[in-house]
Design a protein around this ligand. Structure first.
Ligand code: AMP
Ligand code: MG
Length: 338
């Protein structure tokens, strides 16, 4: 199969929607990361997403809608709070887990009776769903386990020959996947942090961060979100997350780095003599925007060990911290610890 790159013109989006309605999978830009989209109600088409990604079948897909009415087709019972949150944060990077309707096959929901729903704000994603007239199941468009793609080129790197088309919608604005929440006790539980922060959710309702966001879920533990079980976002290099002042960081790297190792810094001024580096910015928003691209670049440079400066876990920074923690396989070195 050859993989065609399409632009965001109406003509190209119609072509993409025709692929999807024939049961094919298409690479779709969204404001979070690129997705692999198929008709969420078509079990056979959704199987093709799992095959293209090599994704474990118990890891559910997020279902994308283009208007409020479409939610009712995919969800059997919409909580009152969901409408309130939708009004405030949709279209945008918020996924809400709700009881699924019979139209959603178990392949899409990873065998669960619930389904995660999101209304993306990227105009091309919005128009594509509208043209298809059905909700689109779309996980991140990477091979399972590798960093999510934030450009059409990165989708092509992973999906060339596996899917018929990719829509090029520019760089993903947010750069990390959506915030995933479930409903409980009149509030929400954050199962995966993203562009909609806890602080933003707290303006509407009580919001708690699930333990699995910041720590490794042990075997046998209750996992509220199947994605937590898998070592996501893993580059080929071994990533070490280093907590502490820039002075201590420099000293640590000088003593521990060898040939082929890299630093991942907030900015150029922190460079360690003799050790090559990439930067991922000093604000949480920039870090979110570039993190996955930097992880892919480090792989291209055949980095052996990556010494990463630890991001501040506030606001969108919690999403950055969660992703890099997983990329590091939960390896954190705290230089300030006594
Ligand atoms: P991705 O599509 O790669 O962004 O991953 C979607 C993630 O959302 C999954 O790995 C799950 O962790 C989470 N998710 C999706 N649907 C559900 C659901 N019904 N229940 C719990 N978590 C879900
Ligand atoms: Mg993913």
């Amino acid at each position: 199969m050859t993989t065609e790159i399409l632009d965001c013109s109406e003509e190209s989006l119609i072509k993409a929607s025709e692929f999807i309605m024939r049961g094919e999978v298409v690479g779709m830009p969204t404001e979070t990361v690129y997705g692999l989209a198929a008709n969420a109600f078509d079990a056979e088409a959704v199987e093709k997403i799992f095959a293209a990604k090599g994704r474990p079948s118990d890891n559910p897909l997020i279902v994308h809608v283009s208007d409020f009415d479409m939610i009712k087709e995919a969800v059997s019972d919409v909580p009152e709070l969901a409408y309130k949150l939708a009004e405030r944060f949709w279209p945008g990077p918020l996924t809400m887990i709700m009881p699924k309707s019979e139209s959603v096959p178990y392949v899409t929901s990873g065998g669960l009776d619930t389904v995660g729903i999101r209304f993306p704000s990227h105009p091309a994603a919005h128009r594509l769903i509208e043209l298809c007239g059905v909700p689109l199941a779309a996980p991140s468009a990477n091979l399972s386990g590798s960093p999510s793609p934030t450009t059409s080129k990165r989708v092509l790197d992973d999906m060339n020959g596996r899917i018929p088309a990719i829509i090029d919608g520019g760089e993903s604005l947010v750069g990390v996947e959506s915030t995933v929440i479930s409903f409980e006790n009149g509030g929400v539980r954050i199962l995966r942090p993203g562009g909609i922060t806890r602080e933003m959710l707290l303006e509407v309702c009580p919001a708690e961060v699930d333990r699995g966001v910041l720590s490794e879920v042990g075997s046998g533990a209750v996992v509220r979100s199947p994605g937590m079980k898998y070592r996501h976002y893993a580059p080929k290099a071994s990533v070490k997350l280093i907590k502490g002042s820039v002075e201590k960081y420099r000293e640590y790297v000088l003593h521990n780095a060898s040939e082929g190792d890299f630093c991942l810094l907030f900015d150029d001024c922190e460079a360690v003599p003799g050790v090559p580096h990439l930067c991922y910015g000093s604000s949480a928003e920039i870090q979110a925007h570039v993190l996955f691209e930097r992880l892919r670049q480090l792989d291209e440079k055949n980095a052996k060990t990556v010494f990463a400066r630890c991001p501040d876990p506030d606001g969108v920074g919690l999403a950055v911290y969660n992703r890099i923690l997983r990329a590091a396989g939960f390896c954190v070195i705290d230089l300030e610890e006594k």
